[in-house]
Design a protein around this ligand. Sequence first.
Ligand code: NAD
Length: 431
Amino acid sequence: MNIAIIGTGYVGLVTGTCFAEVGHNVVCVDCDEDKVKLLQGGGIPIYEPGLEEMVKKNVADGRLSFTASTSEGVEKSDVIFIAVPTPPLEDGSVDLSFIERVARDIANAMTSYKIVVDKSTVPVKTGEKVAETIKRYCKANCEFDVISNPEFLREGFAVEDLMKPDRIVVGSASDRPNESMRAIYEPFNAPIIFTDINSAELIKHAANSFLAMKISYINAVAAICEASGANVEEVANGIGMDDRIGRRFLNASLGFGGSCFPKDLSAFIRISDELGYDFGLLKEVQKINAGQMDRFLKKITDTLWILKDKTIGVLGLAFKQNTDDVRMSPAIDICQRLLKEGASLRVFDPKAMEKAKGFLPAEGVTYVDEMDEVAEGCDALVVATEWPLFKELDLAKAKEGMTSPILFDGRNMFDPSEMEQLGFTYKSIGR
Ligand SMILES: NC(=O)c1ccc[n+]([C@@H]2O[C@H](COP(=O)([O-])OP(=O)(O)OC[C@H]3O[C@@H](n4cnc5c(N)ncnc54)[C@H](O)[C@@H]3O)[C@@H](O)[C@H]2O)c1
């Protein structure tokens, strides 16, 4: 199939590359000309395990190319995927102006039948608006179909998730585009759910909100564990072995973040409100998540008392392991709060330090290149991201370099009894 992807970010670039990998011809479009130049010159703007090699291979094989021109993308393709941002507005609703812009651009460039597939995460009923917009702006008056095909990839595992999806959701208003969608996804050997557009759109918001709810649930249980002396990991293992519940997404932590869960949750609450339903359950999920960060910060201030003029080492800046993405990262949030209290920070992340520089003030933050140097001169260490690498921290060296060995583990990476044996004051979540 000949495919265009409009928006070459975390979703667009990985999706386009995986489509090329299975034999489709793909042109990735982005309005950011610097990003397109970087990609055309062999550079990769994001970190995702396995992505760089796959991009290079498919570019060399002539199946993957990059352009800043939407009309070029539209002209060269039968199926056009939209993967542009859908960021939150202040009131929690979604800024759909990127989607609307692309719908107009596609409409202007269309000269024959096209299938326009929305892969961006959007509120239910957006597909109807996209179809209206294309119809309104397509001067050539071409036939087209709009599809909702939400993306479920996890950053940090995006290539793996795209190559081996657990399901593909295709929402359409007619059967006409379904054969092409089947042809695109056939090589991935995953079950395809064909449904209507509204249901497909809702599946994405409902799925992400459910996962966020699971995290907030275990975080609330963690608070009860702390108050009662129980251990949240034992509890999570015990309930997770029930296959109606499952163990995944039951890791207590300083809360969820990233560019998807917080915004999708507030968007779902908002669209539910608009449709006349007060989704109080999800409002509570948000509240628990915000409270989790407050409780973590309180652990730090309860122990260190005054943070002004203290030096704190922070391990992790990305919003989760295996990514350089720091958008709405809880790690960045904790850094900002510690800075606000007057602390200085020594920070380390294996992949996200460059991107973090755009989110943290220059003053008060030292970026440390070696993980084992972070603790030097610190009054405490904070683990903010669950990078597996952090388990290899040289704890003896860290202890030696610190004014006092204190570690606040926001990701439950270390064993409490081992930390105690090593002489650390160790505070984690729910145990
Ligand atoms: N990141 C994830 O893990 C993930 C997972 C599933 C779904 N999603 C959803 O996918 C969508 C994209 O997310 P992302 O993380 O890839 O965003 P991103 O910011 O990484 O990438 C979006 C890209 O679109 C480009 N763009 C914006 N307007 C454009 C236009 N008019 N024409 C061409 N390009 C344009 C931007 O320059 C950027 O490169 C969002 O709706 C998001 O919610 C994201």
